[in-house]
Write a protein that binds this ligand. Sequence first.
Ligand code: AMP
Length: 292
Amino acid sequence: MNRTGRLRLAVPNKGRLLEPTMRLLDDAGLALETSPRLLVARAAGAPIEVLAVRTEDIVELVADGAADLGVTGLDLLTEAGAELVPLLELGFGRCRLTAAVPEDAPARELEDLAGCRLATSHPETVRRFFAERDIAVEIVPMTGSVEVAPRLALADGIVDLVATGSTLTANGLRAVGTLLESQAVLVGRPAVATGAGDPYEGLTADLITMLGAVVAGRRRKYLLMNAPRTALTAIEGILPGLDSPSVIPLAHPGHVAVHAVVGADDVWGVLPRLREAGATGILVMPVEKLLA
Ligand code: AMP
């Protein structure tokens, strides 16, 4: 328990995780009473305070107990090697820690990097990854602009975070393999994960539940449609829902309304088939929160 008696959540104060983290808090019902630009902002409606700091400092602040929970990249958690646990994958900030070499280099896969000098801002992760596979590489630690290292003859290749791959291409580099798939995660000390002795009397678990409900909701869509009852078996066969769909009789005999929750990624494949099966007036709605 910190001095204020409020659960303290450390979040990025700038960079690419700032905006999606603020949107997540907002969607979870944790609107900030004060500006998120302040070091410490209070959440309205819950005894939670939000500590805005650099993304790369969050693991240490949580490990030290200066914050109870934090939002950061899985790549940064892995690099720090701290005794923290990822409590929840947040579904944004997705990227891969990727090894790449100049277009004309011979390496085709990770094993081919034996003997290479690799520039990276994730030296510990890279060292551990190759050591576990008995591949000898030399690590050239850098804090930024890793992708220019081969051109400056500082390294033979790089290991860097890649989302689309366009930075690699723009720098004449070719990916040879992935060391880690990353996304933003909620992190906490191991005791939090086990739920042992929460000084905030269940608030920690509630926060994890609420953030998880938003993340789960974003992965789903709520479908509503009308259909002749005779089409129901075909429609049920198409819907990869959470549970069985709700079927509600309509005023016109022989007609029903069908409500179902489907994966957001499934919508594209499902809609045309539902219409072919006889569904009409199909609506696709966002799911704000989902508690399974
Ligand atoms: P920042 O440097 O503050 O913008 O945040 C860097 C963090 O954002 C990284 O540690 C990753 O977890 C995440 N991230 C997501 N996509 C990328 C990307 N394409 N390049 C670098 N970091 C990314």
